[in-house]
Write a protein that binds this ligand. Sequence first.
Ligand code: BG6
Ligand code: MG
Length: 214
Amino acid sequence: MQYKAVIFDLDGVLVFTDKYHYLAWKKLADKLGIEFTEKDNDRLRGVSREESLDIILEKYKGEPISPEKKKEYLEEKNNTYRESLSEMNRGDVSDQVRQTLKNLKDAGYRLAIGSSSKNTAYILERCELTDCFEAVSDGTMITRSKPDPEVFLKAAELLSENPADCLVVEDADAGVTAAHAAGMDVAAIGAATASGRADHELSKFEDLYDILEG
Ligand code: BG6
Ligand code: MG
């Protein structure tokens, strides 16, 4: 086996929460009179909540915003986002994703999560995915977000595996950079395939099994 463990990004790889992030940021942006398109939203993929707000505020034309006010906006956005997350359930994970995770586990791979999101545990619970993973490394455990490698190194540490034995699955450019900085290979899916920087490319999630076992 070329890899012993597979570390999955969550948002955009296992679940499609991008639209909820977009709607929650859009609500805040509208309130502040900031233009915010789905294209702007693409820049937020894989980026922490705090950095996302700074990107959105690039287009803000009002008075400087205090750190306290920013904290308030972050909380407001997260509350809107959590309302959408509370509607998620088992059906928000495709059969293809669920079956592939099972097949990989049965084939002896160790599975972990490596996500910037501080809502990771809640999303996994809502979607009944928690038991699929031996380790969860997320936004609540790190001080530097992707493209920094911290979240993936933490996942490898929790599994007690060498980074070189781990494969990361990512949909964000920042995540591809982070995985490589951690000394890990990456399988890109969705938007992350465009740069051609990943070691493997998935046109659909189930391709992962063939890459690992084919
Ligand atoms: C990443 C998403 O997984 O998590 C980003 O791709 C998001 O868009 C980041 O900003 C942080 O998420 P949360 O849930 O902590 O606000
Ligand atoms: Mg992602």
